[in-house]
Design a binder for this molecule. Sequence first.
Ligand code: SF4
Ligand code: MG
Length: 339
Amino acid sequence: DQHILEVHDVTKHYRKRGGGRFGLGSDTVKAVDGVSLQLRKGEALGIVGESGCGKSTLTRLLTALEKPTSGQIRYRGVDVHSAKGAARTQMRRNIQMVFQDPYASLNPRKTVGSILAEPFRIHRDALPEPGLRPRLEQLLEQVGLRPDHLDRYPHEFSGGQRQRIGIARGIALNPEVLICDEPVSALDVSVRAQVLNLLAELQRELSLTVVFIAHDLDVVRHFCDRIATMYLGRVVEEGDCDAVYDHPAHPYTRALLSAIPRPGFDDEPELERIVLEGDPPSPIAPPPGCPFHTRCWMARPDCAHTVPAGHDLGEGHVSHCHFATEVADTDPRAAVDGS
Ligand code: SF4
Ligand code: MG
């Protein structure tokens, strides 16, 4: 029951020049502000939130592209950011990534074969016995492409096919953890389901532990075991997908859920649509108290002063709302008043 990946009270604060008084000083952007998460082997965790909520920064922290300002990220007990030598190489090899944009993330001047060979050039000990080419052909087959596509260039493929190539690169080294940063957001709606099905299949076959970043909840629903909702750099709700989808216990999660259209399900009426007014506040000056209070239709005076603690509703379903139980007990399909 060991955790493969642990995020322990991680913050990432940036200095942004040209802010402060008279534009001469600098402002601090609190991109990630005290996030803790744990993943077990083989589990898929969805991280959901609007753009600017800190999920992209969290991705870069998880893949060691950036260092946290404070806190720790551990892979199999080893600090991802201070690991050295063999431990660092192992860690890098075992945590791989699938990028959001398959148009930008594949070098247009390289053949697919050369792109897929890259991870093996960095990790030479991972070079397969029977030679590289058979392994690369096998990788293409694993993602549903033809082996002779190795000699082609990215522009010869559709968006969905390119993302399959990106996924093949992500699994090339047989990683234990795959971080997927909005892997279908840049794709046509018509091919999203196919790419999601492929990811789900590979997760099962390769027992991958997956962190799945998304900006809406419908993509995560059928793919992930657990979900964490982020708002202004913090996790505001976390739990098993079933619990969170059936009984969202944070007003923000509930708003995101209500935005999912459900055409064709007569027995499953749409949730009363909760429209969030405006954008999230700036992470330079996050509001005091509950970070969501400036947009929350349920906010009461105290919400602007007191930071909500995590309320555990059982089995790891945690909501950072003063009224978590009340929100969870409300039928999510019932009308919401007062908005
Ligand atoms: Fe809304 Fe208050 Fe709950 Fe924050 S603590 S989500 S403002 S009801
Ligand atoms: Mg992003």
